[in-house]
Design a protein around this ligand. Structure first.
Ligand code: ASP
Ligand code: MG
Length: 618
């Protein structure tokens, strides 16, 4: 059981520290310990924290860019060095900084001791260069804390759970993960991440100089913003903070500004064993109170989605999933779901708007009420290509056909026949080892936040693939995405279109998805190799795309959030190629030439821009 932890609502951490003794984990990144002067500045802050009555465990990164330097040295010797030796080499970086920081503390009169990951007992899998933490022993840490010492732990490293006690590292940027894991194991009051930026910003300040600092963000939002925030905070660290309910703050080590709090709701108590679970999925969610509306064959041009969802929002109808797959010819299909009780009104709005959209005679509105949405969620799916495929395969084996698919960074949602909802949930719980965890209703994460959107992310590194005319039967998506996963290709956004086309007596749908640009050609040839066998049509690649996303838990309570985004794009004459959503995220694929204009327009539309310029290193 985790003890009750003081609630940290205030962004003024020093006030908190001033009145109450706490156990704090402070992590300092490479630049924060990059020189002797900086180490001395860091030490002053630590001593101040101790003098205020707190116990401190520090976690340090390697000095400056020294890890990069070590990687470079290794590559001068071998193009493909053994991963074990890489760990031996890279783990030395943190050992340099931990010893120097501990010496500096002692020099300033503060009792301190440095410890490697192995000395602490940070036990990991034996998977070199990307080990996950399994457990952390706390006995030695507690002993030194009781002696009044500041402990300086080497970040990024651990020791394998095998007989050979191999030194392991957690993957680049892993010190954040070490810090939050230590905070969880020690049941620390909170974890501070000190870095060279003042906190988490509403978007990338190098692209949008008006980006502003956020006071706070939820861990769910932070995870959905992974492509924006990953450089500031390792997603695995956010996952641990969420699972163990550790309050986390990202602050500048140069100032006393409060930084950005990453908040998590109080979690289910969980043991420290299996800390970074091998389990990629944390929860299974459902929503049976949904109905689907699809507009088929509407024109593919800027403003269509904006117009449609503005009208929907004006009528106070709350839209959940929105999906627009790639166009066919010069028309698009846009599908969305609303709560069942608003279906009638939503259908009226959709039908009324068709002529105004410049739709042709064969445009239609289609509705379906007997549907359910089932989703899997979990930070563990970031960087694990097979998770979506596993979901599709499990559903296929259970005979559940997938009508719609929409994915976000940490979630995959499928629309299925309502009658099969229970079967689907049971299957997914079994597949992902969640048999003891009940499925939860999808919209619980709604917050009272009056701000619908917290941040806007841009991803320029994706390419889009589309597979035409995939036979509409269980197992097709499963096979396609398993094939890609087996070849280690991570798929980002997956969208299955609504339109069913009859090709040679077979009902088919298109499936579009995005992958990293460097994987696009390989993905195409892998799929083309099975084209005849799986009886789908052409595989089309487009590398000139960008993905713009808005993220915020507040959008659950704010009808019209998606419409506002679509409108901002329309104002700039930008065509939306694909749309996918989760409860707290809307992503649009646009042409890459429009990317920066799109990002700026969307950021501005949600009034996230400010006049203060935040300085960040490039
Ligand atoms: N020094 C390691 C790296 O550069 C770990 C870290 O700094 O978080 O990736
Ligand atoms: Mg870092």
């Amino acid at each position: 059981m985790l003890p009750d932890r003081p609630r940290i609502d205030s962004v003024k951490i020093r006030d908190f520290v001033g009145i109450q003794m706490a156990l704090i984990v402070q992590k300092y990144g490479g630049t924060s310990v990059g020189t002797v002067e900086r180490i001395q500045a860091v030490v002053k802050r630590v001593i101040r924290t101790v003098k205020a009555g707190n116990s401190v465990v520090m976690v340090v990164s390697a000095m400056g860019k020294s890890t990069d330097g070590l990687v470079k040295l290794a590559n001068e010797i071998s193009e493909n060095p053994s991963r074990r030796e890489m760990d031996m080499l890279l783990a030395t970086g943190e050992q340099v900084s931990m010893a120097l920081v501990s010496m500096a503390l002692q020099e300033a009169g503060q009792p301190a001791i440095s410890l490697t990951g192995a000395q602490v007992g940070i036990i990991t899998e034996a998977n070199h260069t990307r080990a996950r933490i399994l457990n952390i022993e706390t006995a030695r840490l507690k002993k030194h804390l009781n002696e009044g010492k500041v402990i300086v732990v080497a970040g990024f490293q651990g020791v394998s759970n095998t007989e050979d006690l191999e030194i392991t590292t957690l993957g680049r940027g892993g010190s954040d993960t070490s810090a939050v894991a230590l905070a969880a194991a020690l049941k620390a009051d909170f974890c501070e991440i000190y870095t060279d930026v003042p906190g988490i910003l509403t978007t990338d300040p190098r692209l949008v100089p008006e980006a502003q600092l956020m006071d706070e963000i939820t861990s769910d939002e932070m995870l959905e913003l992974a492509s924006l925030g990953a450089k500031v905070l390792h997603p695995r660290a956010v996952e641990i903070a969420k699972n163990y309910g550790i309050p986390l703050v990202v602050r500048s080590s140069w100032t006393d500004e409060p930084g950005t709090w990453v908040k998590s709701p109080v979690p289910q108590p969980r043991s420290i064993e299996g800390l970074e679970l091998a389990r990629p999925v944390d929860g299974v969610e459902y929503d049976t109170d949904q109905a689907k509306i699809a507009l088929l064959r509407v024109p593919d041009r800027p403003g269509v989605a904006a117009r449609l969802f503005s009208d929907i929002a004006t009528n106070q109808l709350d839209v959940d999933l929105i999906i627009q797959s790639i166009h066919e010819g010069n028309s698009n299909d846009i599908s969305f779901t609303v709560t069942k009780d608003s279906l009638g009104r939503a259908e009226l709005v959709a039908s009324a708007i068709l002529p105004a959209l410049g739709a042709s005679d064969d445009s239609t509105v289609l509705i379906e009420t007997d549907i359910a949405k089932v989703s899997i969620s979990g930070a563990g799916m970031i960087g694990r290509p097979g998770v979506a495929a596993q979901m599709f395969s499990a559903l296929a084996e259970a005979g559940v056909n997938i009508q719609m698919i929409s994915t976000s960074e940490v979630k995959v949602s499928c629309v299925v026949d309502a009658a099969l909802c229970d079967v689907a949930l049971a299957t997914l719980r079994k597949q992902f080892d969640l048999e003891n965890t009940p499925s939860s209703f999808a919209k619980q994460r709604s917050t009272s936040s009056d701000q619908p959107v917290r941040g806007v992310a841009l991803d320029l590194k994706q390419a889009r693939l589309a597979i035409r005319h995939v036979p509409d039967r269980p197992g097709m998506a499963a096979r396609i995405f398993s094939l890609l996963a087996d070849n280690n290709i991570s798929v980002d956004m997956i969208i299955q279109s609504q339109r069913c086309r009859n090709i040679n007596e077979i009902m088919t749908r298109d499936i579009a998805f995005t992958v990293a640009q460097m994987d696009a050609m390989e993905a195409q040839s892998i799929l083309e190799a099975v084209q005849g066998d799986m009886m789908f049509g052409e595989v089309v690649v487009n590398e000139s795309i960008a993905k713009v996303s808005i993220v915020g838990s507040g959008m659950i309570n704010h009808p019209g959030t998606a419409a506002k985004m679509f409108n901002a794009l329309f104002q700039q004459g930008i065509n939306i190629q694909m749309i996918a959503t989760s409860e707290i995220k809307v992503s649009c694929v646009v042409a890459d030439k429009d990317a920066i204009v799109a990002l700026k327009a969307v950021h501005e539309a949600f009034e996230l821009s400010g006049s203060t310029r935040i300085q960040v290193a490039t």
